[in-house]
Structure formats: structure tokens, C-alpha cells
Design a protein around this ligand. Structure first.
Ligand code: SF4
Length: 456
């Protein structure tokens, strides 16, 4: 009997023992389960990182983190203990194990992860690579798809991910990236969003995001969701929170569970689907506490908890890693695998991105193992287009790594653009994944750009 390419094994979830980390050695279960304790003990800088790991990690590791923060990082450090505890989960961490760890690789970037020099960024990388800001109908409300909007309620999260697509807005500034700031006060921004939605009945679906809604005081989130529920045309509401994984303690607080129950009951009574979307990229992140939080939301009455991960090299870019993660979500935590996005073309992200060809192969290789409703689609978020399933590409120049895409709707900024539906839109593979001829072509392009930009 031949083996299957992927062998399914039901695995029990495990909460790693936080006492193996010197900084958390004396922490009680009650403290660990406290959202307040988790927030107070987040790691925000090198000193606090040393406080957790002490001499377990070499000085070279701390220097590597410091060099990245000083030179390349697009996001500042912010790591709740819950998330740190899922790095090297089954052993006392060593420097080598930390460097190889998939969660560490995207949540705690080091300079030696990045590609050197110019290669770190694609020449066409951009801060707001999806042009969300350009598509704001009112401040923070991106109207890209005809029937859907994205409401960015705030610009902070309980954790900052190295590859964050909204790196131009979310988080505190880093030496490499001074952040944009909202102009309006939160209350005025939210009022403007609700007014726009009341005046735009063609929008039926609202993703409430940020940042991460777990950083809003719950009463403020509830007020906004109640405002949405009062708009007859809004039929789908999805709350986006990576904290369901990074800080599940937030979603387990009794007042939050009870408040979600009230919102879910109102939504149900009005025939509106209220769901929670999270962002989990590695199987080891799905712990019993994450499962408990997801199931508490389902028990409170939300229609579904879904996962939108990001496809990242060194984290989850093999069929086995994706399937392990999806089975941990479905079997262990009742979370529905939904999408894996290709990593967006932000600066300094080339070491995380994979080619479209790789994404297509991965989509092929994960089919047939999971239930159909829980088989995630791997999608490319094409600038000025939106999500396209990776097999929808119209044309693909594999040598230069340029894929061409079409679309079947106008974004909010193209209402008067007659050519929007006939145009082709591009996405680029990482240059290091191209054959020699393609890499040489890009070297020529970079030289051309340098010549065109006057020195000085
Ligand atoms: S949680 Fe989401 S918005 Fe926040 S840093 Fe991570 S990817 Fe960005």
C-alpha cells in the first residue's frame, strides 16, 4: 500500500508550558488566563525580550532583532506572552530553534531573515500596496468591491505582525516607516462611516477591522456594530481579530462573551450574519486557549469563526504545513479555514513572498483532504482589483514573474472609468524565485530606474 502525499493524523491541541521561559517561570494559570496580565506583559522592546528569554538566546539573536528594528522593520515589536509561548513550543528555546521557528519568523523578524541590499524589496513594492487609502469613501472606509466595504476602526493591534499589509497605517512608527495617522476622532470617523453606509444601500457586507477590533473598548465596538445592525441594507458583518489567536484571553473575558451574545442575538433576530475572522498562520498557534475562545464565540451565537491566513515562506508554504494548520483549526478549534492570501508587495517582504506558480501548486496539493466548505482558497490580492483565486490568472510570464489579471467590477474610484474592466492588472513574483534570464531582466530594470533618478 503506497503512502498518501499527506497522511492525516488527528492531533490533540497543546498549551505549551510557559514556565520553560525564564521570564514567565513563576506565572500562575490565573495570571496567564488574564487578558490584563497578558497586555501588561507584552514584549515591546529588546529589554523586555531579554527579560523573557534571558541567557537562553545568544547575544547575536538580540543583535539580529535590534538590527532589523533599526534598519528594515515595517512594524514595531509587540508580542503578547501567549504568542511568544507558541514559539519553539515543545522545548526550552535555543537560538537555532528560535531562528527556525515559523511563528518567530513572521512575528519577531531578524535582520538575517531578510534578503540583502536591494533584494529585500521588490522594485514595485509599496507602503499601501493595495491602495486602500486611495479607495477610502470616508476616512478609514475602503470601498473596493461593489457590495462590500472594509471599515478600519482603529490603527492598533494587541500584536504586530512583521508582514502586515496595512503597515503604512497600523502600529507605531519604526525608523524605516513613519506611519500615517487618522485625522478624525474615532467617534467622528465611525459616525461618517455609518452615514456613508446609510446613504449607500448597495453595500451589504461590512468587514470591521483595523488594526484589530480587540483593541477597541468593547462598548465602542458594540456601539458601532449596533449602528450597522440598524442599517437595513447591511446583511453581513465580520469582525476581524488576530487576537483570537494572539490574545484569546481578550475574547474569553466574561463581559466580552456576554456582549458578543447580545450582538449575536440582535443580528440573528434581524437575519444578519455576524461572524469573526481571525488570522492564524501556523498549526502551533492553535492552542487549547485559542479553541476555547473560538468556541465561546460560537456558543455566544456568532454564525462562524473563519481563518484568513497569509502564505509565507518559512512559515506555512508547504502543503503539509497548510493542511496541518487547517486540520488544527477544524478539528481542534471549530474554526473554518477560509483564505490564504499571498503576501502583499510591501517593502522588505521578499523573503516571505512566494511565486504565483508555488501558490497554484499549493492550492492543487491541498485539495481533497478537507471538507469542501473548509478547504481554503489561496488568493492573490491584486492591486486595484482585489482577491483573485490563484488559478484565475489571465496571463503569466514565468520568466519575469509578472502575472496579469482582469476584473469584473469597478472599484470605488473607477465609477467613471470606462476602461477599468478591459485593463490588465499586474502582480509580481519575488525576483529570487525567477530563472536566470528573468533575474537579469530585473537587474536591468533596476539599473534603468537608477539612471532615471538624478543623484543628489
Ligand atoms: S493583526 Fe492584522 S492589522 Fe494587526 S499587525 Fe497583524 S496583520 Fe496587521
Amino acid at each position: 500500500m503506497l503512502e498518501q502525499p499527506y497522511e492525516y493524523t488527528a492531533r490533540a491541541l497543546v498549551e505549551p508550558d510557559w514556565c520553560r521561559l525564564p521570564g514567565f517561570a513563576g506565572v500562575s494559570e490565573d495570571q496567564w488566563r488574564s487578558a490584563q496580565w497578558q497586555r501588561v506583559n507584552c514584549v515591546k522592546d529588546l529589554r523586555q525580550l531579554r527579560g523573557v528569554y534571558g541567557d537562553l538566546l545568544d547575544g547575536s539573536f538580540y543583535a539580529d532583532v535590534a538590527a532589523d528594528q533599526a534598519g528594515r522593520a515595517t512594524m514595531s515589536l509587540l508580542l503578547p506572552p501567549q504568542m511568544l509561548n507558541t514559539m519553539v513550543p515543545d522545548a526550552v528555546p535555543t537560538t537555532a530553534a528560535m531562528l527556525a521557528d515559523p511563528v518567530r519568523r513572521y512575528m519577531l523578524p531578524v535582520a538575517s531573515d531578510r534578503l540583502p541590499g536591494d533584494a529585500a524589496s521588490h522594485p514595485n513594492a509599496a507602503r499601501d500596496s493595495l491602495h486602500e487609502h486611495e479607495m477610502w469613501a470616508v476616512e478609514g472606509l475602503t470601498h473596493r468591491y461593489p457590495t462590500k466595504v472594509l471599515a478600519e476602526l482603529l490603527s492598533t493591534c494587541p500584536q504586530y505582525c512583521g508582514h502586515c499589509t496595512r503597515m503604512d497605517l497600523v502600529g507605531t512608527s519604526t525608523p524605516a516607516v513613519p506611519k500615517l495617522r487618522f485625522d478624525l476622532k474615532p467617534v467622528d470617523r465611525q459616525a461618517a462611516m455609518l452615514a456613508y453606509l446609510r446613504a449607500t444601500p448597495g453595500v451589504r457586507d461590512v468587514v470591521v477591522s483595523g488594526g484589530d477590533v480587540a483593541n477597541l473598548p468593547f462598548k465602542n465596538l458594540a456601539a458601532f456594530v449596533r449602528g450597522l445592525l440598524e442599517i437595513e441594507s447591511v446583511r453581513d458583518i465580520r469582525l476581524a481579530s488576530k487576537a483570537l489567536m494572539g490574545l484569546p484571553q481578550h475574547w474569553l473575558q466574561p463581559e466580552v462573551v456576554q456582549g458578543m451574545g447580545v450582538l449575536a442575538a440582535t443580528a440573528r433576530a434581524r437575519g444578519v450574519s455576524l461572524a469573526v475572522h481571525t488570522h492564524i498562520n501556523a498549526a502551533r498557534s492553535v492552542t487549547p486557549l485559542v479553541a476555547e475562545a473560538a468556541r465561546a464565540l460560537l456558543a455566544a451565537g456568532v454564525r462562524d469563526v473563519r481563518n484568513q491566513g497569509v502564505l509565507l515562506e518559512g512559515v506555512n508554504a508547504t502543503a503539509g504545513q497548510l493542511l496541518d494548520l487547517c486540520f488544527a483549526l477544524v478539528d481542534g478549534a471549530s474554526i473554518t479555514p477560509y483564505y490564504f492570501y499571498m503576501c502583499d508587495m510591501i517593502p522588505s517582504a521578499e523573503h516571505w513572498r512566494v511565486s504565483l506558480a508555488t501558490a497554484q501548486t499549493l492550492q492543487h496539493d491541498i485539495m481533497g483532504y478537507l471538507p469542501g466548505f473548509a478547504t481554503p482558497r489561496i488568493v492573490c490580492d491584486v492591486p486595484y482589483v482585489g482577491k483573485r483565486w490563484v488559478h484565475q490568472v489571465a496571463e503569466y510570464d514565468r520568466e519575469r514573474g509578472i502575472s496579469y489579471w482582469t476584473k469584473n467590477y469597478r472599484t470605488g474610484i473607477e465609477c467613471a472609468d470606462e476602461e477599468a474592466l478591459d485593463r490588465r492588472y499586474v502582480y509580481y513574483d519575488p525576483i529570487t524565485t525567477l530563472p536566470a534570464a528573468g533575474q537579469a531582466w530585473w537587474t536591468g530594470q533596476r539599473a534603468l530606474r537608477t539612471e532615471l533618478v538624478p543623484a543628489g
